[in-house]
Ligand binder design. Structure first.
Ligand SMILES: NC(=O)c1ccc[n+]([C@@H]2O[C@H](COP(=O)([O-])OP(=O)(O)OC[C@H]3O[C@@H](n4cnc5c(N)ncnc54)[C@H](O)[C@@H]3O)[C@@H](O)[C@H]2O)c1
Length: 396
């Protein structure tokens, strides 16, 4: 009896591999990209969650696609927007799935939409039968360069961003930029903010490309070859950063630039900010703090601000409360295991992590941003964005 084994350790390495590919004519019935599955032969049923606005544009083509390919598809429309990234929408998706059970391995769930759809459906797929495969088809710029290509899924809970979620890789991501043709301008600019994030802290060449061509790419809704180059660089840059740290073992993450104060801003109902709009404010406050601490040169700070002007990104300091920003920092500190680890730019294309940001730093940055906007006689949020730019900002 003295030799009875009394302790055990389970260890396994769980390999992660998934593909991402630029494609076009996704709903052409001859295009098999949406249907092929890894390994086993694909089954004949698909549970397809589609953003309601995307369904308005592509519903007929999606129906035809599955019919022609002899697939029984259950199309579940999902209302996007941050308010719908909720437990009740998650439950609705899971309930619909319950009435249309799919094979566990060879009938992947398909998510077609922006970050709200791919985050929520990704979470649903990761808990359904403890995890079934899924394919992501991002239809917003935010999804294209960020939300749909990593392994994080989630929904908001108790007014906290992404409080419930999982690390769950998609099986495939299909990147078709033609979806961006119908994306409203505000949502296009929302995605540009995430591209700008990578450019500031990681990619000096991308920053220069945005300076030269960013405005044009926005005008053509990212439909030409220079736009494709910017999209490809952005996806590549994001994946290079994510891949070695997929499960966030390392908590000091360059891609967290702009994501310290932004969760609180985004969840603040009165401010009515999209994810990228909140990230933009955070990036500028962080850049000001970096400059005030002599980590970033004045000329690089000016370059960042003038690119924001060139791209005409919506920006407002209305309702910015230093105490609320401090609370967000404290919350993020828990998320980063008790240390602030806040990314600050140290030049165009580089950053460092700091752990001693104070309320005074935040106060100074808010005051600076507020004055900067006032001095230029414009305070442009998304509501009056177009109107202000028709008139043109005064000063530079
Ligand atoms: N998982 C991640 O790593 C990650 C990364 C970044 C952002 N996110 C999340 O992404 C979410 C934001 O995503 P989003 O900006 O795509 O918002 P969203 O999904 O709400 O879509 C924005 C709007 O665009 C509409 N839309 C989508 N595609 C369209 C198209 N092709 N044509 C016309 N309209 C279209 C939607 O109906 C919606 O009204 C946030 O919740 C954020 O937290 C997640």
């Amino acid at each position: 009896l003295s030799q009875i084994k009394q302790s055990w350790q389970v260890r396994t390495a769980h390999p992660v591999s998934y593909d991402m590919v630029f494609c076009h004519d996704l709903f052409d019935p001859g295009n098999g990209a949406l249907l092929t599955t890894e390994g086993e032969q694909g089954g004949r049923r698909r549970f397809v969650v589609v953003d309601r606005n995307v369904l308005n544009h592509h519903g007929a083509a999606i129906d035809r696609y599955f019919q022609k390919n002899d697939i029984i598809a259950c199309i579940h429309p999902l209302e996007a927007g941050e308010d719908n990234k909720s437990p009740s929408q998650l439950k609705a998706v899971l309930s619909a799935l319950d009435t249309f059970p799919i094979n566990r391995r060879n009938e992947p769930i398909i998510a077609i939409g922006g970050g709200v759809v791919t985050d929520l459906v990704g979470f649903a797929a990761s808990i359904w039968r403890r995890g079934v495969p899924r394919i992501n088809v991002p239809t917003t710029l935010m999804g294209f360069v960020d939300a749909a290509i990593g392994v994080k899924t989630g929904i908001n809970f108790n007014r906290n961003k992404n409080r419930l979620g999982s690390f769950s890789p998609p099986d495939r991501v299909l990147l078709d930029s033609s979806f961006l043709q119908t994306l409203p301008k505000r949502h296009l600019l929302n995605g540009v903010a995430e591209i700008l994030k990578l450019a500031i802290v990681k990619e000096p060449d991308l920053f220069s490309l945005l300076e030269q061509h960013g405005r044009h790419c926005i005008e053509v809704h990212f439909q030409d070859s220079i736009s494709q180059a910017i999209l490809s660089m952005s996806v590549d840059s994001m994946l290079t950063e994510l891949a070695p740290n997929l499960f966030e073992t390392e908590l000091a993450r360059v891609v967290d630039f702009g994501h310290t104060f932004s969760p609180a801003l985004e969840m603040h109902a009165d401010m009515d900010l999209l994810h990228g709009e909140a990230v933009l404010i955070d990036m500028l406050l962080s850049s000001i703090i970096a400059w005030k601490r002599s980590l970033l040169s004045r000329s690089d700070l000016d370059r960042i601000f003038s690119l924001v002007l060139t791209l005409r990104l919506p920006l407002s300091s209305k309702g910015l409360q230093p105490n609320m920003l401090m609370q967000s920092l404290i919350e993020r500190q828990h998320h980063r295991n008790g240390v602030q680890r806040m990314p600050l730019p140290t030049g165009i294309g580089s950053c460092c992590f700091v752990k001693n940001i104070t309320l005074e730093d935040i106060n100074q940055a808010v005051t600076y941003l507020h004055r900067w906007l006032q001095d230029r006689h414009f305070e442009y949020g998304h509501q009056n964005h177009e109107r202000i730019f028709q008139r043109g900002p005064r000063g530079n």
